[in-house]
Design a protein around this ligand. Structure first.
Ligand code: HEM
Length: 493
């Protein structure tokens, strides 16, 4: 009588494991096998090996180094424009190729934003009725109101006032934990210019708002709960939930305050235009806060880091600023006369991009996308899609010496890069209709601070800095990425 392989293995295993243990072992094998194997409809796509991925999550590797180490070789070495990745408890297709990135970004009907996993606390925090996550008519309504509020508001004087506050706090300089101060600066920038409310993060060393916000973001980013979001319902973290809800209440208080204290800020402009519900206003406020605070803080920290690491660029940028601004305060005219500083900002946004990827998209009816080299990928219906900004920014095929901070590539001095830069591959604000509506706001915020800093301070990396050989980002989830524990030595000029 023929004996099947399955019978053979189970009878062999029975020698070693008695009944219940065997059942448990088979269950574990089945579970691991399911975990490691993509669903049938996605198996035609190239797949990033799961074990190194899981290890990367568990060991707390940052998202951008995981992307560079495990995903990017698929595009650089094998010419693959899309890969399958196991993340957050499910399989997702990561888009590495800028041509496919464009195709997916541009078509909102075929590739809309995906509904977020309801159990994740991050989405309890930012809500579901905001501009980043909504689709269709709701998104159009939010986007229109927000775009018109941004057009009315380019608060260069507000940024300058905050920079002066920051400089006062920096006193005579010395060793300063720069990532903390960029967080405080951008928090107050969002507070005063967008929400019309001063959180006093720069003034108050013990800002309770900042502490609560940082605590909540860190708790929501627990790797275990990120890999297995279902744990939020199986093992609910009551204390964290309470903190999240209390932070949401604080935003609601700001909204209530703003209704009776209108000013020259975006929230006032938004409130002037009817069409949003209470919940939508509040969710958008929280979203602005997260979208505009951590992103700009990361960019500001990276820029100062690279200018510390390359003093020759810092000096060149300073000379340019002194020539363009003289004794004047920054304004739209003189800030447009500092092309090298602008190039340094663009390069910092490229080489250490603050948003590794936008919120996931979903394929509605399935479709085939084509990479730059003509390779085609069929993406079945209901597949989650991640547009990988980091992969595009770090690809050696598009950027010569991609890992090096080299601002001149944006000034047309490097012919090989220049051809590609303005077309597809510089996308820190994403691209298409869902790109960042605050990109001009953010670029002016960065230019104002950079110009004022270059006029008032000189800075360097301290001896023995852990960032001496390369910038080290903190573990920060939800597609955000910024330097952590970045100490910089400042001297007053
Ligand atoms: C250097 C700073 C910034 C970077 C790198 C950045 C990057 C991005 C990216 C990549 C997206 C696309 C996200 C997605 O599709 O899921 C985005 C969207 C968005 N950003 Fe920014 N951002 C920055 C600053 C800001 C600021 C200061 C604000 C507001 C105060 C802001 C508000 C938004 C909003 C509301 C969206 C959603 C747009 C939509 O879906 O229609 N961002 N940003």
């Amino acid at each position: 009588m023929a004996v099947s392989l399955h019978d053979l293995i189970t009878s062999e295993l029975r020698h070693f494991f008695p009944g219940p243990y065997l059942l448990a072992l088979l269950f574990i094998i089945f579970f691991i096998n399911r975990l490691l194997t993509p669903p049938a409809e996605l198996r035609h796509l190239p797949c990033v090996p799961v074990i190194p991925l899981l290890w990367s999550f568990i060991s707390g590797e940052t998202e951008n180094s995981r992307i560079k180490r495990l995903l990017l070789p698929f595009m650089q070495d094998e010419g693959e424009g899309a890969v399958l990745v196991y993340a957050l408890g499910r399989w997702m297709v990561h888009i590495l190729d800028p041509k496919i990135f464009k195709e997916v970004s541009d078509d909102l009907n075929q590739w809309p934003k995906e509904a977020p996993p309801t159990e994740m606390l991050f989405f309890r925090f930012i809500g579901k009725t905001n501009v980043v996550l909504s689709n269709g008519k709701t998104w159009q309504k939010h986007s229109k109101i927000i775009q018109s509020a941004f057009i009315r508001n380019l608060p260069i004087d507000g940024f300058s006032d905050l920079a002066e506050k920051l400089f006062k706090k920096m006193g005579e300089g010395g060793l300063i934990k720069w990532d903390d101060w960029t967080m405080r600066f951008t928090l107050d920038a969002i507070g005063t210019t967008i929400l019309g409310y001063d959180f006093e993060a720069l003034e108050d060393d013990n800002s309770s708002f900042l502490k609560q916000y940082v605590g909540v973001m860190e708790a929501m980013a627990s790797p275990l709960y990120l890999i297995f979001p279902r744990l939020e319902t199986l093992l609910p973290r009551h204390k964290v939930i309470k903190e999240v809800d209390s932070l949401i209440e604080r935003f609601q208080d700001v909204l209530d305050y703003k209704r009776n204290n209108r000013g020259n800020d975006m929230l006032t402009y938004m409130l002037e235009q009817p069409g949003m519900t209470q919940e939508e206003y509040r969710d958008n406020m929280v979203t602005f806060f997260v979208a505009g605070h951590d992103t700009a803080a990361g960019a500001m920290a990276s820029l100062v880091y690279y200018l510390a690491r390359y003093p020759e660029y810092q000096e060149r940028a300073r000379k340019e600023v002194i020539k363009a601004l003289g004794n004047d305060q920054p304004n739209t005219k003189n800030l447009n006369q500092i092309p090298f500083v602008h190039a340094c900002i663009k390069e910092a946004l490229r080489v250490n991009t603050p948003v590794t990827n936008p919120a996931p998209r979903i394929s509605v009816s399935g479709g085939t996308v084509q990479g730059s080299n003509g390779k085609e990928y069929y993406i079945p219906p209901n597949t989650s899609i991640i547009l990988s900004i980091t992969s595009v920014h770090c690809n050696e095929n598009y950027w010569t010496d991609a890992g090096t901070f080299y601002p001149d590539r944006f000034l047309g001095t490097s012919a090989s890069d220049q051809a590609r830069i303005d077309t597809l591959s510089w996308i820190p604000f994403s691209r298409g209709p869902r790109q960042c509506p605050a990109r001009h706001f953010a670029m002016y915020e960065l230019k104002t601070v950079a110009a004022l800093m270059l006029k008032s301070w000189e800075w360097s990396l301290p001896i023995g800095s852990p960032h001496a050989k390369g910038i080290k980002n903190g573990l920060s989830p939800f597609g955000l990425s910024s330097p952590k524990n970045l100490f910089i030595n400042f001297q007053k000029l």
